[in-house]
Design a binder for this molecule. Structure first.
Ligand code: NZQ
Ligand code: ZN
Length: 387
């Protein structure tokens, strides 16, 4: 393990079909005033709203609601939530939904009592959090981001057309997360495959870095195998509990820092995709898939041994009589075939991106730290490749 690290993750996970039975116990640990945060209609459609509000009532909680948190959550909604928290002296933010609702909950948590402008301080200047944070608990309904067990909070400032992510310290991680794979059965197929590719991308962004022999890379390869295997099964049968539960756990461990330990990491694909999201509002994982293909075909030569290892160990590419370039490119081809097989669109155009957005997306993307440091023209060329 090349780099020193400290690992601490304070989120208590309740996983499985009966996980919701732990909610009442968790609620005992917090005061009476709860902000119930959720998205548009899905939690009402699946009956989850009724069961959660019934438990809150039985536990004698005072509930304030904020609904309509949009996919790619907006900073204006963060400010609205922060105001509600102050006015109602909120003791716990209970986020019920996917990554967007949970990211928004963390953003509200740090912003409610922030001194000064939270956007500037926490998402632009990346200052450390020096104010009280409101505890967050989550009930996960859509899997992919791992927001349920990390400090990530990706927020879109609509006025500035800027989407930017921040990883907060463990004091901001959810205190508990309830993960019942059955709650994901109703996620529309396109969102499910978006989540699946998001997981794959998190694993790749961590894997494609360094040239040392690191236990973390072996862990990542194992998680990738499980993900690919279960993704195929879940696409064939969305009610396959074994597959859905494996995907859910792949997602959580894929970005709760375990699969990034002692690694430099890349994150360039995410940085570009976040700006694509700011312009198009497309599902995060779909944008990642489209951008990944030309990106990896462009940078693989700068980390060729790792791409060869990926092709052989993850996709089973036969290396016999092939050059390193051929093996590496075959691995990326297999990734793209997998993306097509599970039903992901392959062009930016299909995600609502127009030609005049390409330059703006390129020029506002944050530059990452992969095998090849890109400049804005290189990002533009990558976007043109997949347009
Ligand atoms: O709004 P509702 O009606 O709830 O519908 C949602 C939403 O439209 C729907 N949905 C969720 N659970 C459902 C369901 N529909 C039916 N049945 C259910 N059980 O799914 C749609 C998408 O939800 P969203 O929360 O936006 O998806 P996801 O979990 O992919 O989150 C994406 C956001 O997370 C950020 C992304 O950038 C994006 O803004 N990320 C957060 C990260 C983190 N915290 O570490 C890292 C990631 O790389 C990512 O950037
Ligand atoms: Zn992601």
């Amino acid at each position: 393990m090349k780099y020193d690290f400290t690992y601490y993750n304070p989120t208590r996970i309740h996983f499985g079909k009966e996980a919701m039975s732990k909610l009442a116990d968790e609620l005992q640990n917090f005061g009476d005033n709860i902000l119930l945060l959720y998205g548009k209609n899905s939690i009402k459609k699946i009956g989850l709203y009724d069961s959660v509000t019934a438990i809150l009532k039985e536990c004698g909680k005072n509930v304030t609601e904020l609904s309509g948190i949009k996919p790619n959550p907006a900073y204006s909604q963060v400010l609205e939530g922060a105001k509600l928290c102050r006015e109602n002296r909120i003791d716990l933010i209970l986020a019920v939904g996917g990554g967007s609702v949970i990211d928004c909950a963390k953003a509200i948590s740090v912003s409610a009592y922030a001194k000064g402008d939270p956007w500037q301080r926490y998402w632009i200047d990346f200052e450390s959090v020096d104010n009280d944070v409101i505890p967050v608990g989550t009930i996960l309904t859509m899997t992919g981001t791992a927001s349920e067990m990390n400090g990530g909070s990706v927020i879109t400032n609509e006025e500035l057309t800027l989407k930017t992510g921040r990883v907060f310290p463990p004091s901001v991680y959810p205190k508990f997360s309830i993960l019942n794979p059955e709650l994901t059965y109703t996620v529309p197929k396109i969102q499910m495959v978006s989540g699946i590719f998001d997981i794959m991308s998190h694993l790749m962004e961590q894997y494609f870095s360094g040239d040392d022999d690191n236990t973390t890379d072996y862990v990542i390869e194992g998680v990738m195998h499980s993900l690919i295997n279960s993704a195929r099964k879940a696409v064939a049968d969305p009610y396959d509990y074994e597959a859905r539960s494996n995907i859910m756990w792949c997602a959580t461990i894929g970005l709760n820092r375990i699969t990034g330990l002692s690694k430099t990491q890349d994150w360039e694909v995410h940085n570009i995709e976040h700006q694509l999201g700011a312009y198009t509002d497309c599902p995060h994982g779909l944008g990642l898939s489209v951008i990944s293909m030309p990106y990896y075909r462009y940078i693989y030569k700068y980390g060729i041994d790792k791409f060869v290892r990926y092709a052989i160990n993850v996709w089973g590419v036969n290396p016999e009589d092939k050059t390193k370039d051929e093996i590496a490119l075959e691995g990326i081809d297999r990734l793209q075939e997998f993306s097509k097989e599970i039903g992901i669109p392959q062009t930016l155009r299909e995600l609502g991106c127009t030609e005049n957005m390409l330059r703006k997306i390129a020029d506002t993307s944050i530059l990452g730290g992969g095998y090849k440091q890109l400049d804005y023209d290189e990002i533009y060329n990558i976007l043109k490749e997949c347009y």
